[in-house]
Design a binder for this molecule. Structure first.
Ligand code: SAH
Length: 450
């Protein structure tokens, strides 16, 4: 019987999407974080359960050909890039397999899972970062949480983020030290500055910097704005977000503009978009364009359609299709995002779109009882998916096609299962790698009425 602290030789046969190598010992599945398919390792067992065990790498006795040297000095501690030690081709295979497993094994749906479309970039592709802060003003820790914890791994230069972000974090470090800025203490719920949140428009180059504070009277913000402006090009907006709550949620509901504009803009698929700090915007610009192009292809538009875009954010997906439909209706729950969507339609000269600020389920019911008959519905919910009630309303509206964009293929597959009972069949699914080096996978599904 395997027990804690045993050291065992293990052949790694596969890899999970969380970046753990999987082997078998004595009939038990053993997960080893950071091990790669094809590695032979000596694993030190740290946990034994009934059906599985967990180990850490004690020694690699034979290296997998898929193993690479991580480009990041702290990737092992940080854990955000769970594929840092695996080459990109192998990562893509694991991600595609994850989507396939969720459909075929979990949801028992037999549909074609296409090849995964790679991200055009695997480094510095993100346009958004949220850095938690702790420690004291003489020695601030700014970085990312270690896996499954709230311990901050100090990091200025994450290789997934633009280089400007490092320079911005360095300015914060100096400002915090020079002005003894009170930092938030999560355990005690004391102090003020809790996160730094940065966004950059990849086409516009415009940068938004947001200090998240428990208190609206965060001191010396004038000096912060001045330093950011003097030293970083294109800082278009500096904001204070107020989050007084004892919560894991990063952003509070209120933002105050300290300098410049309330929003930044960017271009996506040839259209201009304005983005508020609280609005969702796809984090990988170039992969998002690929995703939206695929979604448009699946929508099969001819110019005559009524298109409903549920969970529309700032309107991006629907607006990139507006030139090929008769009318577009977008629905989104965040008021600032809907404001963005309306202005985005106007700024791009789009007059056949309207946007509703409401819960997607509620709005769908309302549109249905108003007798709206959509030809195509786009679904792009958060991780938890759409759920049965919304999908039943979707069925009542009887669209010919549903294009379902998802950042969690488990809930996507579950919802496709529900749709199949409602008379909608999943024709094919294309995974798109929006989040290289990390364990998240995006996918878009074409679902049609039987
Ligand atoms: N389609 C957009 C946004 C997708 S992210 C894009 O590609 O940019 C999912 C969006 O759903 C977010 O904007 C979030 O605010 C919104 N949302 C979350 N719960 C919702 C609900 N119950 N009803 C409507 N929108 C919701």
């Amino acid at each position: 019987m395997l027990k804690k602290n045993d050291e065992i030789p293990l052949m790694i046969k596969s890899c999970t999407v969380q970046g753990s190598g999987v082997g078998n010992y004595d009939g038990l599945t053993v997960f080893v974080r950071g091990a790669v398919t094809g590695d032979r390792v000596i694993a030190h067992i740290i946990k034994v359960k009934k059906t599985y065990a967990v180990g850490i790498i004690k020694k690699i006795t034979q290296k997998s050909p898929d193993r690479i040297k991580s480009i990041c000095p702290i990737s092992e501690k940080c854990g955000g890039c769970c594929f840092a030690q695996i080459n990109y081709e192998a990562e893509l295979k694991i991600k595609r397999q994850q989507v396939e497993d969720n459909f075929k094994r979990l949801a028992k749906i037999d549909t074609e899972i296409k090849s995964i479309i790679p991200s055009p970039e695997t480094e510095r592709y993100r346009n958004k970062a949220q850095y938690p802060i702790s420690g004291n003003s003489d020695f601030a820790e700014i970085g990312f949480y270690a896996p499954m914890s709230h311990r901050i791994i100090d990091c200025s230069d994450c290789r997934l983020q633009p280089e400007d972000f490092k320079r911005i974090i360095d300015i914060f470090r100096e400002w915090i030290r020079d002005y003894k800025i009170p930092l938030y203490n999560e355990q005690e719920h004391t102090g003020m500055l809790r996160h730094i949140y940065i966004r950059k428009g990849f086409v516009s180059n415009e940068i938004m910097v947001c200090a998240v504070s428990t208190d609206r009277n965060l001191p010396h913000t004038d000096e912060l704005c001045k330093r950011l402006n003097d030293r970083i090009d294109n800082v278009k907006s500096v904001l204070l977000n107020i989050n007084p709550d004892k919560t894991n949620v990063v952003l509070g509901k209120e933002c105050v503009t300290l300098f410049g504009s309330d929003t930044i803009s960017d271009e996506l698929c040839g259209l201009k978009f304005e983005i508020s700090p609280l609005s969702f915007y796809q984090v990988n610009h170039n992969a998002a364009e690929i995703l939206y192009t695929k979604a448009k292809e699946y929508a099969g538009l001819t110019g005559k359609e009524t298109l409903i875009d549920l969970y529309c954010g700032t309107g991006t997906i629907g607006l990139t299709m507006a030139d090929s439909v008769k009318q577009l209706i977008g629905v989104e729950i965040i008021p600032q995002a809907i404001e963005n969507a309306k202005r985005n339609a106007a700024a791009n000269g789009i007059s056949n779109a309207k946007f509703i600020c409401a819960d997607a389920g509620e709005a769908a019911k309302m549109l249905c009882s108003d007798g709206i008959e959509p030809d195509v519905i786009i679904l792009d919910p958060p991780r938890k998916g759409c759920g049965k009630e919304l999908l039943e309303t979707v069925k009542k509206m009887s669209p010919e096609r549903i294009v379902y964009v998802s950042c969690d293929s488990a809930t996507l597959a579950r919802d496709c299962g529900i749709l199949s009972e409602l008379g909608y069949q999943t024709r094919e699914v294309t995974p798109v790698d929006m989040f290289p080096r990390t364990g998240n996978v995006e996918a878009v599904a074409l679902i049609t009425r039987n």
